[in-house]
Design a protein. Structure first.
Length: 94
């Protein structure tokens, strides 16, 4: 299960979409999160994802975050376990 909360604010003449996640980024929730992120990016918004309450990323979730990081999406407040998963992903890409 994944809870997704979005808030749009305006900073320096640009809309910023902040997405707060709670739970596991896995299974069908990966597609839903991707849809929400793509909508924000396609609308020209900067995107920031609060990872404070994320407890797990499956393979598809890791791949989504790899793509999002490549699109200059900002990830904040990663739990240690999730940060390590993402760090390992970055090393594998090198």
């Amino acid at each position: 299960m994944l809870r997704i909360v979005t808030v749009t604010t305006r900073q320096a003449a640009q809309d910023v979409e902040r997405i707060a996640l709670t739970g596991q980024v896995a299974d069908r929730w990966v597609g839903e999160l991707e849809r929400i992120c793509r909508q924000a990016l396609d609308a020209g918004k900067a995107l920031e994802i609060d990872m404070r309450e994320v407890t797990f990323l499956d393979h598809a979730g890791l791949e989504l975050f790899r793509q999002l990081l490549g699109a200059q999406v900002t990830l904040v407040h990663c739990a240690l376990f999730v940060a390590e998963q993402l760090r390992t992903l970055e090393q594998d890409a090198i």
